[in-house]
Design a protein around this ligand. Structure first.
Ligand SMILES: [Mn+2]
Length: 275
């Protein structure tokens, strides 16, 4: 099954959507491995036209690369595969939208992008700071995603929006941390990054659990759907070089209403990446 709007071949695409169903370090509800599949199901319930961006995704050359099929023989293998695929898409000049899967995919992608773009900026939408250096002994885990990103991108180019869960109070005062809010900070950060290349990672738990309960680690006090899209739209004139949507953990009745919600975010993300 593919996203219905993804009719282009890889070599002629502007944007490629890649499912990365990594689901290895869950500490609460596992099941993010079903995220890419459920997002494709949900797409069948959405229009191709985005009223937020006043653009139609039918006018963009989109390729659906399917899902990576990970081996779990050794824990690092999936991360190598993510690096390889990201690198190959960069070589072809295709902008990649990765659909997780757990947040652990993000630093592997950023590692590759930071190598190609020395002035790369990273924008994170998330409930959680993800700044632990290790989680239960694992350095590459969903709870360490942004700490690993900081191994490749300096602190003053990493921006964290909507955060409301911290492992340590001092994290709230770190440069680039914008607790609770997304709309105001997004406008400010879009100005700060200017025309530098931006990687945008969207952890769906930035949304309030009342909006989207289908996440691995729900966190109360999140933003509304409209606030999130307004914040994303603030980056419409930015130089987006890649994006991911992570931590979708479909549960409940099938198809869960969250499927259509995530599919709408896939549409907006593809349109943003299309430039
Ligand atoms: Mn999170």
């Amino acid at each position: 099954m593919k996203f219905y709007f993804a009719a282009s071949e890889r070599n002629t695409a502007t944007v490629t959507v890649v499912g990365m169903p990594l689901d290895r370090t869950s500490s609460w509800v596992s099941g993010t491995r079903f995220g890419p599949y459920a997002a494709r199901v949900g797409a069948d319930n959405i229009e191709s036209f985005s009223p937020w961006l006043r653009r139609d995704i039918a006018d963009v050359r989109v390729h659906d690369a399917g899902d990576l099929s990970f081996t779990f023989a050794t824990p690092s293998d999936p991360l190598d595969e993510i690096r390889n695929v990201t690198s190959a898409n960069l070589d072809l000049g295709i902008r990649q939208l990765a659909i997780g899967g757990e947040h652990t995919i993000t630093p592997a992608i950023v590692e590759v992008l930071a190598d190609r773009h020395p002035d790369l900026c990273v924008v994170q939408f998330d409930a959680h700071s993800d700044l632990r250096d290790d989680y239960l002994g694992e350095r590459w885990a969903h709870a360490t995603a942004i700490r690993r990103v900081l191994d490749f991108v300096p602190r003053d180019r990493v921006f964290q929006l909507g955060i409301r869960s911290f492992s340590d109070g001092s994290e709230m005062d770190e440069t680039g941390v914008y607790p609770f809010e997304v709309v105001g900070p997004a406008a400010k950060v879009a100005g700060l990054v200017g025309r530098r290349p931006v990687y945008l990672t969207l952890d769906l738990d930035v949304l309030d659990p009342g909006v989207l309960p289908d996440v691995q680690t729900p966190q109360p006090g999140g933003c509304s759907y409209r606030e999130l899209v307004d914040a994303l739209v603030a980056f419409r004139n930015s130089n987006l070089v890649g994006m991911d949507i992570v931590e979708f953990c479909p549960r409940g009745p099938h198809p869960t209403p969250g499927s259509a919600l995530v599919a709408e975010l896939v549409r907006e993300s593809v349109l943003l990446l299309a430039g």
